[in-house]
Design a protein around this ligand. Structure first.
Ligand code: EPZ
Length: 427
């Protein structure tokens, strides 16, 4: 087992460059199945969810070649399969995007039920409702979602709730459907817009991405393309909060400041100073952390994927802050770990009452999911002494080289293989 060992108590200082967006990459990679041909995708983050997506593409028959560290060439001409195995699908949530993409290409798909972070119930009823409205027949047998259709036909779909995944899956399935598809009450996240831009660069006709209504005129033919993925809003936000929490002075480069607006506003209210440039933000904090209330909401609201990191900052506030999780049923599982580090937080359902404390204390902790891991890492950077974070594979699903990037900012962090695991390997 691998873990991070962090000696905290030092302000982060310097520059960090943000990688491509995980949640855009995991949608764009399956989209390369929609039309055969050779694609070049730039600004691909080097993270485990991307590796798994590329493995799925290979398993389906695509040829995949890294041209450099962040550029991948995919040739999807010879796709010979429409089945995504349990072994790969279970390793990440976004594997269900292969359903929409394979349906769009072949009119059939079988994808094992997806895995991903345990954040409470993660139903896929809205994906199924939408795909059925386009004419697909869906069945779930032995943990595999099977979808088939001779001709997908455009439809008017009103989602019961805002879902990033259902919006993306329906865009993938509808681009080649016959006629007009109207998706209402859709997600407006930057990665939804990035996927629409990617599909349009393949010849699709998608309008309205980034608003509540997306209109898709189906086209018969799409073609391969070259594309550069947007920077990762959540990775950027994580470094912004890490800078503020450690009283640091950090310039975060390769970002789209507009995508960070909800995070920037909350950080300023909490006492940080944030300066925006064309493609960078600069974050410092010299005064106390102010108590603030935060509620997570679909974009452009405060992102749920920044909730754990923001809670860590608020453990250092003067007074009591209220953090309300508006998307997931169970996204406070990390709180017990944070309390081991001296935080004072009471959770009641989807509300956390965060009583500010003088200091956090180093402790051994366990990452319960991806963003929980990022939050604990920030807490460990703040706490005097040496903390250890276990189950870091969660973090490595979504943050490119977080150890290296943090070290460049002056953090004392190293990744070690635990002795008992070496023993287990030896046995
Ligand atoms: C995406 O998950 C992200 N993952 C998540 O990021 C993020 O937390 C989430 O959107 C919300 O922003 C990817 O993009 C790969 P949803 P997704 O469908 O698509 C309910 C991270 O840390 N719902 O928008 O799975 C659902 O239960 C990850 O990077 C239904 O009821 O989320 C939830 O309450 C974690 N029926 C809400 O909608 C459905 O069919 C939002 O889920 C689908 C969803």
């Amino acid at each position: 087992m691998e873990k991070y060992v962090i000696s905290g108590g030092k302000p982060l200082k310097g520059d960090v460059t943000i990688s491509g967006a995980k949640n855009a990459a995991v949608a764009i990679l399956p989209a390369t199945l929609l039309a055969g041909g050779r694609y070049v995708i730039e600004n691909i983050p080097n993270i485990r969810d991307v590796t798994i997506s590329l493995k799925i593409l290979r398993e389906l028959g695509a040829s995949v070649r890294m041209l450099d560290r962040s550029t991948v060439q995919i040739d999807s001409t010879h796709i010979h399969d429409s089945f995504v195995s349990y072994e790969l699908a279970r390793q990440m949530r976004a594997s269900y995007y292969f359903l929409g993409a394979l349906l769009g290409r072949f009119g059939r798909a079988s994808v094992s039920m997806p895995g991903g972070c345990d954040l409470g119930a993660r139903p896929i009823d809205q994906h199924i409702k939408g795909l059925e409205a386009l004419g697909a027949e869906i069945s779930i047998d032995h943990g595999v979602v099977n979808a088939g259709c001779t001709q997908m036909v455009g439809s008017h779909i009103y989602f019961d709730g805002v879902s990033v995944g259902a919006t993306i899956n329906l865009m993938l399935a509808a681009v080649k459907s016959k006629g007009l598809t109207i998706l209402e009450n859709v997600a407006k996240e930057p990665h939804v817009v990035d996927l629409a831009n990617f599909l349009n660069s393949m010849g699709a006709d998608i309008r309205g991405a980034g608003t509540d209504v997306i209109k898709i005129h189906g086209v018969d033919l799409l073609h391969a393309t070259s594309y550069s993925i947007i920077p990762d809003q959540i990775e950027a936000g994580t470094y912004m909060i890490a800078a503020a929490a450690t009283c640091g002075d950090v310039t975060i480069r390769n970002v789209i400041p507009k995508h960070l607006e909800s995070i920037t506003q909350k950080l300023i209210k909490a006492g940080a100073q944030v300066d925006e440039y064309d493609d960078a933000v600069h974050v410092t904090r010299t005064g106390p952390v102010n108590k603030i209330n935060v509620k997570t909401l679909p974009h452009p609201g405060f992102p749920t994927d920044m909730q754990p990191q923001m809670t860590v900052l608020l453990t250092l506030a003067e007074g009591t802050s209220i953090v309300t999780e508006g998307i997931w049923d169970n996204r406070f599982r990390y709180v017990d770990e944070l309390c081991r580090m001296g935080a004072n937080i009471q959770v009641d359902g989807t509300v956390a009452v965060v009583e500010g404390v003088q200091e956090l204390k180093a402790a051994p902790v366990r990452a319960t999911d991806l963003r929980a891991g990022a939050a604990l890492l920030i807490a460990a950077l703040v706490a005097e002494g040496t903390s250890e974070i276990e189950d870091i594979y969660h973090l490595e699903r979504g943050y490119e080289d977080i150890c290296g990037k943090m070290r460049l900012l002056g953090a004392s962090i190293k990744k070690v293989v635990t002795a008992d695991n070496e023993l287990a390997k030896a046995l």
